[in-house]
Design a protein around this ligand. Structure first.
Ligand code: PMP
Ligand code: GLU
Length: 397
């Protein structure tokens, strides 16, 4: 019987990766598509990191690695947490995985039982809700809009908590909105969570270094919840290493041990070469991170300026990550050549097919009235893409 399990049948495919794939297919047909769908830095991995990887190959780092990752890498991560975040962790509390994606999924599989609820402030990254499904949990999405800069309030959080709440996933700087919680805002959320000692706080900090608001604030800094926070991070975004597949978690010991057990049966430790490269990233000069952040900030200013000039778009000023998330409901219900735009996914498809700009509809991020553009691309691409978007949307009546 050619039938997949209900688990996989019920799983949605990643919309970000799907739109990127479609854009690549059109490109292969010779169409000049500007791809603002998938979110990944357009920079090459810095030279000193590539050099460390080449050296690792020559030094025969070719054997299975310890399941949680090399001790030297976990020590380097502890140093980073101490120096940049003022947080003290032991190497045993760090588990390295195949990207931050696996670290999030490991955590959910380690703590969520069937029917447990996981609070997800939305707009949220595409994979959270699907990962909760894999863990047989139930997502409780908290809706926010552009009028509150896409950030949940303490009152909203309190209202979403039930006796079944097992975890919350907080992502800041946020994918897809770029919003960043201030220290005070995080503290007010921590104060609510402090009253519920069984809730695990998953803090996805993968965009830590792409922050235009100032110093990164981690919710793990608050002592009243510290022993229940799982920090998720990795080298994909800060060091332009998406393809190397190296992420990690810093977790309470019992969760770290559970994830190590899980990973030991499932994937083993991540790539030896990627780990040696990541070690060089954390121990080396951090100027490259600053240079990329500055480039992203310049592009942020550019895309905010251009998108604000597009009729019907409501745009915020993202303080981190590399996404713009305009409200676009003005266009829902309009038509072109007899074809009606019913959803923001239709709008994204229309922009791809008619305007040759790839982006992602908001539904994938639990925010149907919005659309996501990644601006991790050149200034020329941003200028041309926004010109095309403006002209293409003007065709909708
Ligand atoms: N969390 C968020 C919010 C992301 O945007 C991404 C990017 N894919 C990830 C986690 C996963 O990153 P990685 O490439 O390290 O798996
Ligand atoms: N996080 C990136 C994005 O949102 C990468 C794609 C993915 O893993 O979903 O586009």
């Amino acid at each position: 019987m050619a039938q997949v399990s209900a688990r996989i049948a019920n799983l949605a495919a990643s919309e970000t990766l799907a739109m990127s794939q479609k854009s690549n297919e059109l490109k292969a047909q010779g169409i000049n598509v500007i791809n603002l769908s998938v979110g990944e830095p357009d920079f090459f991995t810095p030279e000193h990191i590539k050099k460390a990887a080449k050296q690792a190959i020559d030094d025969n780092f070719s054997f299975y690695t310890p399941v949680p990752g090399y001790l030297s890498l976990r020590q380097a991560i502890c140093k980073k947490l101490e120096k940049e975040n003022g947080l003290s962790y032991k190497p045993e509390q760090i588990i390295c995985s195949n990207g931050a994606k696996q670290a999030v999924c490991n955590t959910l599989l380690a703590v969520v039982d069937q029917g447990d609820e996981v609070i997800i402030p939305a707009p949220c990254w595409v994979s959270y809700v699907e990962m909760v499904k894999l863990a047989e949990g139930v997502s409780r999405v908290i809706r926010t809009g552009i009028e509150q800069d896409f950030k949940i309030t303490a009152a909203q959080l309190e209202a979403a908590i039930t006796p079944k709440t097992r975890a919350i996933i907080l992502c800041a700087p946020s994918n897809p909105t770029g919003s960043v919680y201030s220290k005070t805002e995080l503290e007010s959320l921590a104060n609510v969570l402090a009253k519920y000692p069984d809730i695990i706080i998953i803090a996805d900090e993968i965009y830590e270094h792409i922050n235009y608001a100032g110093k990164h604030e981690s919710i793990a800094q608050f002592e009243n919840i510290r022993d229940r926070v799982v920090i998720i991070n990795g080298v994909s975004k800060a060091y332009a290493m998406t393809g190397w597949r190296l992420g990690w978690m810093a977790a309470p010991q019992w969760i770290a041990s559970a994830c190590s057990k899980l990973q030991g049966q499932y994937t083993s430790g991540p790539s030896s070469i990627a780990q040696k490269a990541a070690e060089a990233a954390y121990l080396g000069d951090q100027q490259c991170v600053e240079d990329m952040r500055n480039a992203f900030m310049r592009r942020r200013d550019l895309i905010v300026k251009l998108a604000s000039q597009i009729e019907g778009f409501k745009v915020n000023k993202p303080e981190g990550a590399f996404y713009l998330f305009p409200e676009c409901s003005y266009y829902i219900g309009k038509s072109y050549n007899g074809k009606k735009i019913e959803t923001s996914a239709d709008l994204a498809m229309f922009l791809l097919e008619e305007g040759h700009v790839a982006c992602v509809g908001g539904l994938a991020f639990e925010a149907p009235d919005y659309i996501r553009f990644s601006y991790a691309t050149s200034d020329e691409n941003i200028i041309e893409a926004m010109k095309r978007v403006k002209e293409t949307l003007a065709k909708l009546k």
